[in-house]
Design a protein around this ligand. Structure first.
Ligand code: AP5
Ligand code: ZN
Length: 217
């Protein structure tokens, strides 16, 4: 399956993507994670992306679209993928459509994770991520690690993302409403959007998403 996951910052896209990708045996492709990996490796692409991310703005399409396409071209994505954080504006959605069309492929579904804004702010404020593996995500109250600051899965150090400060989160939410939300209408016109209420326990949300995908098939 080829799936796009959309939703505001902190909606739980990364958390859900990890479970959905495993259940569906497809790779989880997160442009945010790809950028953060480039930043920590000190690559040229990482240097280009960092200032935009720190300010809560989108990284320019010229950088982002090429990076996403390269990742989708990897052998493990041949039979499907779960996109998390891409596309993030209408021109990225059009570029993705064009790439898929050229390869005679199409998207199966766009899952729109719906969470009230006050909950999103709480989720982001308490989020802690593992330095060794960005798929290991915790929350200081909702899914606290057994030992403060230490990843339960691999023992790595937990940290708070630089762009999770209150001011930057406000900016990211504004960018979401103005630039990313329009892709929901874009995909609605293609009949692809399924809205998933994303309040509740992580496994309950995963079940709703899996049930929705069964009907989308
Ligand atoms: P990106 O990394 O994509 O960030 P985001 O979209 O802002 O989303 P987040 O990672 O903040 O949240 P999430 O929805 O994944 O939530 P999570 O699962 O962690 O992008 C970062 C930046 O990179 C952008 O601002 C931009 O600069 C750049 N960028 C990336 N892609 C780009 C693109 N395509 N074009 C241009 N620029 C791009 O969950 C949050 C917390 O809540 C966690 O602590 C988790 O444990 C907890 N939680 C999750 N689910 C639940 C639940 N059901 N109940 C209780 N707690 C929960
Ligand atoms: Zn870890």
């Amino acid at each position: 399956m080829r799936i796009v996951l959309v939703g505001p910052p902190g909606a739980g896209k990364g958390t859900q993507a990890a479970f959905l990708a495993k259940n569906l045996s497809i790779p989880h492709i997160s442009t945010g994670d790809l950028f953060r990996a480039n930043i920590s490796q000190g690559t040229e692409l990482g240097k280009q992306a960092k200032a935009y991310m720190d300010a809560g703005n989108l990284v320019p399409d010229e950088v982002t679209i090429g990076m996403a396409k390269d990742r989708m071209d990897q052998p493990d994505a041949e039979n499907g993928f779960l996109l998390d954080g891409f596309p993030r504006n209408v021109s990225q959605a059009e570029a993705l459509d064009e790439t898929l069309r050229d390869a005679s492929m199409r998207l199966d579904a766009v899952l729109d994770l719906e969470v009230p804004e006050d909950e999103v702010v709480k989720r982001i404020a308490g989020r802690r991520i593992c330095r060794k593996d960005s798929a290991h995500v915790f929350h200081v109250t909702y899914s606290a690690p057994k030992k403060d600051g230490v990843c339960d899965v691999c023992g790595g150090e937990l940290y708070q993302r630089e762009d999770d400060s209150e001011e930057t989160v406000r900016k990211r939410l504004e960018v979401y409403h103005t630039q990313t939300e329009p892709i929901i209408d874009y995909y609605r016109a293609q009949g692809l959007v399924v809205t998933i209420p994303a309040l509740g326990k992580v496994d309950e949300v995963t079940k709703r998403a899996m049930d929705a995908l069964q009907t989308a098939k």
